[in-house]
Structures are given as C-alpha cells and as structure tokens.
Design a protein around this ligand. Structure first.
Ligand code: ZN
Length: 198
C-alpha cells in the first residue's frame, strides 16, 4: 500500500539510501517519529548542513568542506605519489589501513560509456595537468577489480605513459586468512598475475 501525505513522502525519500527498500524505509520513518524525534531532527540538520557545505577538494576531489582537503594540505605526506581511487570512501579505507602516505585522486566513478561516464566526468582535466607538471613520480591505480575498474585503470595508465609517469596497479588477490578452495577463479587469476618474488 502506497502511503499518502507527509509520512508517505518521508518513506519514499528514505528509499533514496542505498540498500533501503520500502520496508526498511517504513521502519526508519516509524522509529524516528515514534521513538526518536530528537535524533530525527539532528539527522535532518546535519544532512542539510553536509549537503550545503561539503564539496570536492579542488586538487584531489575528496569530499571536504574546505577548498583544499586536509590530506592535500598535509606537508608530511609524499607529494610525488598519487593513488587513484573510485570513491571518497576508498580513501578512508586505505588511510585507515596506514599503507599509503602519499596523496589521492578520486574519480567519483569509473569509465562506463553506456552510462555516459567518460574521461571528463572522472576529472581527467584535473589529473592531466598534475601528470604534466612533473611533480608526480608514481601513480598507483587502486580502482576496483571489476571490468569497468580495470578499463579505467588501463585508460589512466595510458595517460600516465604519455607524460612518462610510472603507473602501477594494486594487486587484487587472496585475502589474508582466506582459503584457496573458497576463492573464485577471477580472484585467483588476479592473485597469480600479481605474484611477486619472495
Ligand atoms: Zn585534496
């Protein structure tokens, strides 16, 4: 049953969240209205503020409320290494793992001609001058290991080649603690192709 009025509208709008269908949206709406109106107000306020004030860093396109993000402003980070990721959330994951101390560049998607996502949508107009400047000594391609992610990594590696910037692809493979018999064949293929000397 499609609910009418403000409640129906709220439920419908909650469905814009990823993974939230009509049932979950209903549960959320009833919870907020019946049990946590203050929480609902705080959510509404911070949503409004975040959407008004958060934009993209003008250098690396990370989501930030500043013109230039904290990572780009941090002199302690290696300015000559740039890690290319698909989403801002990937930056959080890599940074929390403390495996990389350079800078990032966020594509906000991946090449997908059928969806109308080409090089312009991925910010190549911002990345190309960086590569051209000679300040970047290494490009690490950390796009996802999907067909589009691989195509995007290949496209950017060609761009890097044009400016003689060495590019590497992160290895995708067997997870720590993972057992070979439970791993799918394409992951295993990546693991073999990304092998290194021990
Ligand atoms: Zn930045």
């Amino acid at each position: 049953m499609q609910r009418k009025g403000l409640l129906g509208q709220l439920i419908q709008n909650l469905c814009c969240l990823p993974g939230v269908g009509n049932k979950s949206a209903q549960r959320m709406a009833f919870h907020l209205l019946q049990r946590d109106r203050n929480g609902g107000l705080r959510l509404a306020e911070s949503l409004l503020e975040a959407i008004e004030k958060i934009g993209y860093c003008q250098h690396c396109r990370i989501l930030t409320e500043q013109t230039v993000c904290d990572i780009c402003q941090d002199d302690g980070r290696d300015q000559s290494q740039i890690c290319i990721v698909e989403n801002s959330s990937d930056v959080w994951v890599i940074d929390q793992a403390s495996v990389f101390k350079g800078r990032y560049f966020v594509l906000h998607g991946r090449l997908s001609p059928l969806d109308g996502i080409g090089p312009d949508e991925l910010g190549m107009d911002k990345l190309e001058p960086l590569l051209k400047s000679g300040a970047v000594k290494e490009l690490i391609l950390a796009t996802n290991s999907t067909v589009e992610g691989e195509a995007t990594a290949f496209f950017i590696s060609q761009l890097a080649k044009k400016y003689q910037v060495p590019a590497s692809r992160i290895a995708h493979g067997v997870p720590m603690g993972g057992e070979l018999e439970f791993i799918d064949s394409s992951t295993l293929m990546h693991a073999f192709n990304g092998r290194r000397e021990v």
